[in-house]
Design a protein around this ligand. Structure first.
Ligand SMILES: [Zn+2]
Length: 282
């Protein structure tokens, strides 16, 4: 009887844990950390998928319709998801980039850069925003969401300190495939020479490529990094006839990662490990 009474007491709170969908691995990781043992969020980006070209399959559309809350960066990152969201009228939306607490920067070419999770300060802010929204939807578990967010924020601060120390010696100018990295570059004061492609990963023009090739030939750029979702040919061509060091493929959105609470830390650590190979370039 005692056990039954306990079950009856705890079941209503459990039943109110919202079904949550997310867009990309770093956001899914933050939601997973905040939900802790209470639940696991879904995630819509396929393994190896391009965040700027996210289109939902019918099964993903059904999952979105079954969810109560979508936690996502916002329409600037995944315009395809904005359309899908509009056809799920009962779905609440937490678009993290649109919250005034998020630090936003623009691309070199203008327009907001949505890759804001690459600043750990934003990740910490987002853990708090996620907890606030979940607590509102599920007041019985509010204390757990807030405690989990506090733990996540402490882990992010520890990660940030470690990455700051590791990246401090990196002083070789590098280029990347797409112009996603502004937040990382600014936060860690990295010697970035730009992206081949624009921020939405649209292929670069001939003028851009020949300008970068001249910089590589003169030694003004030391390293170039391809990306996991994009053909490395443009990067390897850039290096032809130059001393440019071609580093490992970067994965700024975590497209190659298994989703889970550790994916944010894994993503940031892998980016750091890859960038540090540039220190061996010359
Ligand atoms: Zn991107």
């Amino acid at each position: 009887m005692r056990l039954l009474a306990l079950l009856l007491m705890t079941t209503p709170a459990m039943a109110q844990v919202p079904i949550v969908e997310t867009d990309i691995p770093p956001v899914a990781a933050l939601v997973a950390q905040v939900m802790g043992n209470l639940g696991t969020p879904g995630m819509l980006l396929d393994k190896g998928g391009d965040e700027h070209d996210l289109q939902l399959r019918p099964s993903q559309m059904r999952a979105l319709n079954a969810a109560q809350l979508l936690v996502w960066v916002g329409p600037d990152l995944t315009p395809g998801l904005e359309e899908a969201r509009a056809s799920a009228p009962n779905l609440e939306s937490l678009a993290l980039l649109d919250d005034p607490a998020t630090r936003r920067i623009d691309y070199a070419g203008g327009g907001v850069n949505p890759h804001a999770w690459l600043d750990p300060g934003n990740a910490a802010v987002w853990a708090g925003l996620i907890a606030d929204r979940l607590a509102k939807l599920d007041p019985a578990n509010a204390a757990a969401y807030h405690a989990n967010a506090t733990t996540a924020q402490a882990e992010i601060a520890k990660l940030d300190n470690s990455l700051t120390a590791r990246l401090a010696p990196l002083n070789q100018p590098f280029v990347t495939y797409h112009d996603a990295y502004g937040y990382l570059i600014q936060h860690y004061h990295l010697p970035y020479a730009g992206g081949l492609a624009a921020g939405d990963a649209a292929p670069p023009g001939a003028a851009r490529l020949s300008d970068l090739h001249a910089q590589a030939a003169s030694g003004a750029i030391a390293c170039a990094f391809p990306e996991v979702q994009h053909d490395p040919a443009l990067i390897t061509n850039l290096a032809t006839g130059t001393k440019l060091f071609v580093g490992p493929a970067l994965d700024p959105v975590g497209a190659s990662l298994d989703p889970g609470p550790q994916a944010y830390k894994t993503l940031m650590t892998a980016l750091t490990d890859a960038l540090l190979t540039c220190a061996k370039a010359r």
